[in-house]
Design a binder for this molecule. Structure first.
Ligand code: FES
Ligand SMILES: [Fe+2]
Length: 346
């Protein structure tokens, strides 16, 4: 199940350059490149002549030349040269996709191009905002995208999967949790008051006594999870908004389905303290990266089981409240997209 009328992160800014770059998104093979002025372009990765992936070709100026018989396509996807012939058939063109570069990511619109409004790109400004230190990365995951969404909406798993980094027992046992639902948004707010700080927080925040810790998870469809996380020494008033003397971070996640069972996982970590300290940015990033590799192991193993046991029954627990709310939104939005495309086809 995929939602189409959305902006997805297609690539990091450095992945796309003057060499054609292939990536499958929502089951569609796509080739990306930059024109000479640096503008990112995306085509369907299939030559209009005999279907060779255009990503096997090369750039000639601003034109992408197919590796097989040398047809050249301009940035609009129109074939503008066929070696040895003057007439270009009118159907000699490839599908193009709207792309926009923002927050050090290249975004792609996978739905009806007429609806591709860049104002609808989800805000990830923390990744390139001078008031924050930040570093982002990419993981290829052999799991359905919704397993990753579930993972980020239920952080009780930190106590078990990430006890060496960002988790500890206090998270699962001593937290107050609130789930706020809106038509297209779920927010899960978790407070852990007067409990020991987890290993990563001790390392980067220098906490020597108990902390008040928050995790505020914001879910926006189809698969954007922006986590406001941090801690202050206990009793300083963080729950009332007085976030002083501690650390604040944003854990930023954009998941793009590749197929039903594989995903592109773009993520980053931003921090609001000592923002110009690149060593600190890196230390925080490495801690989270360790944790995320632990997650990838989990959802890849879930997927392996789901490939064997097709649609197995499952039980829900109280910690699933956010997960269930997000799944409801996604299934409703999917039904709406399907109904709209049926109407359009009639
Ligand atoms: S397949 Fe691309 S030019 Fe023939
Ligand atoms: Fe995790």
């Amino acid at each position: 199940m995929f939602l189409r009328n959305y902006w997805y992160v297609a690539a990091t800014d450095s992945e796309i350059g003057r060499k054609p770059f292939a990536r499958t998104i929502l089951n569609e093979p796509i080739v990306f490149f930059r024109t000479e002025d640096g503008t990112p372009v995306a085509f369907e990765d299939r030559c209009a002549h005999r279907h060779l992936p255009l990503s096997m070709g090369r750039l000639v100026g601003d034109r992408l030349q197919c590796h097989y018989h040398g047809l050249q396509y301009d940035r609009t996807g129109a074939c503008v040269r066929i070696p040895g012939q003057d007439r270009i058939p009118p159907d000699a063109k490839v599908k193009t996709y709207p792309v926009v570069e923002r927050y050090r990511w290249v975004w792609i619109w996978m739905g009806d191009p007429a609806l591709a409004d860049p104002a609808r790109i989800t805000d990830f400004h923390w990744l390139d905002d001078a008031d924050w230190g930040a570093k982002s990365s990419y993981l290829y995951v052999k799991a359905n995208w919704q397993l990753i969404v579930d993972n980020l909406l239920d952080l009780t798993h930190l106590a078990f999967v990430h006890e060496s980094t960002i988790g500890n027992a206090a998270l699962a046992e001593h937290a107050t949790v609130k789930v706020t639902r809106a038509p297209n948004n779920v927010v899960v707010t978790r407070w852990i008051i007067d409990q020991p700080a987890p290993p990563t927080f001790v390392k980067v925040g220098g906490f020597t006594s108990n902390v008040d810790r928050w995790q505020i998870i914001d879910f926006a469809p189809p698969a954007f999870l922006r986590l406001d996380v941090g801690a202050t020494p206990t009793g300083t008033g963080a729950p009332e908004g007085k976030r002083v003397g501690g650390i604040g971070m944003r854990n930023l996640n954009a998941i793009t389905p590749e197929t039903e069972t594989t995903s592109h996982y773009f993520w980053g970590q931003a921090h609001d303290f000592d923002v110009k300290n690149a060593t600190l940015t890196n230390t925080i990033f490495e801690q989270i990266r360790t944790a995320f590799h632990q997650d990838v192991e989990v959802f890849s193993a879930q997927q392996r089981n789901l490939n064997i046991f097709v649609n197995p029954p499952q039980i829900d627990i109280a910690a699933d409240a956010g997960v269930i709310a997000a799944r409801r939104i996604l299934s409703r939005l999917h039904d709406e997209e399907q109904a709209a495309s049926r109407v359009a086809a009639e």
